[in-house]
Design a protein around this ligand. Structure first.
Ligand code: DP6
Length: 362
């Protein structure tokens, strides 16, 4: 599909003002997006579990300006407080999406946003935040063009979210979303995320994700800088191929429910992501000593208990613990007895697979 298909052209209605609220969750990648081309096109396909509890709730209020403005007119509030330091990122987002939703120049916006997880938890809010905002913008488009189909609405919202932050395009639906063209998964595209279309075994139903907050500080390396490190990276081509192969293997795993293979793919993906950062120029170590302590404890626990707990990592020190729902109690006991001491202020967040964004009010 060409990107021109996403350009808004018709204007059946005219609206003066209104407001809309969407909530959108975070997601955790199993096969990682790491490396991108121009215009937020991923270097390889990725796949993620959509989360349920970690989410952003955004209200977009809009009022028509007497004349279209040269600058984007908006104010941003986080948990009720004016948040001017969010403005540059939103400005870039508006600039990237303007050709697809030109009406944004015709309105003054108030963006009120809040997260269910603490802002200083080290959990990235860009996936949930950008997807919630993209959905709000699409709700305006729907007011202007009520004939847009539900599929076109979701695909375009994901397309816009991607322009805000790549991984955000995987947050709109659930429970498993892929982004990036993959030859064995029908309908996949580099332009937007799609719900995983193949069979998924019962074992993955309501899969659990407990996030251990090892380091609540600001990200050491921004995603943009991180993705750019894959340009001229000595292992880039092999890595991109590996992501395709891992996704092929996951199709089988989802079909058969083979948790042993699931664990192998997911942990290898996490460690490869970090290996890419350790072997780039400049190089970075984003794990902390406690990250490694946790990984070693998980491996021992898995061996002695025979349970299916595994970990994944984003581009930081926090650890996502993934495990089947029927092992929840034993894993929580293990976390509380052996892992909580490695978390900053003993802080961890319990989440599970969820089903995507929701319209709260319109
Ligand atoms: C490590 O989506 O944050 O979480 O497109 O530059 O906003 P930008 O990057 P971003 O990258 C996320 C990378 C990751 C892996 C993943 O979620 O697939």
């Amino acid at each position: 599909m060409p990107t021109t298909a996403f350009i808004y052209t018709t204007s059946e209605n005219s609206i003066e003002k209104g407001h809309v609220t969407w909530e959108s969750p975070s997601n955790i990648a199993l096969v990682k997006y790491w490396g991108k081309k121009e215009n937020q096109i991923p270097a390889n396909p990725s796949i993620s579990f959509t989360l349920s509890n970690c989410k952003t709730i955004t209200t977009l209020s809009y009022k028509k300006l007497p004349n279209p403005s040269d600058e984007y007119q908006f104010e941003v509030f986080l948990e009720g407080n004016k948040q001017d330091d969010f403005k540059p990122k939103i400005n870039i987002f508006f600039k990237r999406i303007e050709q697809y939703v030109p009406f944004i120049k015709e309105y003054a916006f108030k963006i009120e946003t809040s997260n269910t997880f603490p802002h200083s938890s080290g959990i990235a809010s860009s996936a949930s935040g950008m997807s919630a905002l993209a959905l709000c913008v699409m709700s305006i488009e729907k007011e202007l063009n009520p004939n847009i189909t539900a599929t076109d609405f979701t695909n375009k919202a994901s397309f816009l979210a991607r322009l805000g932050s790549g991984s955000a395009c995987r947050s709109l639906e659930g429970d498993i979303v892929c982004w990036g063209a993959h030859k064995e998964i029908n309908g996949t595209s580099d332009l937007f995320g799609v719900k995983y279309p193949h069979k998924v075994h019962e074992n993955f139903k309501n899969y659990q994700d407990t996030i251990l907050l090892v380091d609540k500080g600001e990200k050491q390396v921004s995603s943009t800088v991180g993705h750019n490190l894959m340009h001229k990276h000595p292992y880039a081509e092999n890595r991109f191929k590996q992501a395709h192969d891992n996704l092929s293997k996951l199709i089988q795993v989802f079909k058969t429910g083979n948790l042993k293979s699931f664990i192998e793919i997911v942990e290898s993906e996490a460690l490869t992501l970090h290996a890419m950062m350790m072997t780039s120029l400049p190089y970075f170590v984003l794990m902390k000593p406690n990250t490694l302590e946790i990984i070693n404890k998980i491996w021992t626990f898995r061996e002695t208990s025979g349970l299916h707990l595994c970990f994944t990592l984003d581009a930081g020190a926090n650890v996502h613990l993934l495990y089947p729902e029927n092992e929840k109690q034993q894993v929580l006991d293990f976390i509380n007895s052996q892992l909580v001491g490695y978390c900053q202020n003993a802080h961890y967040i319990c989440d599970n697979v969820g089903f995507g964004a929701k319209l709260i009010s319109n």
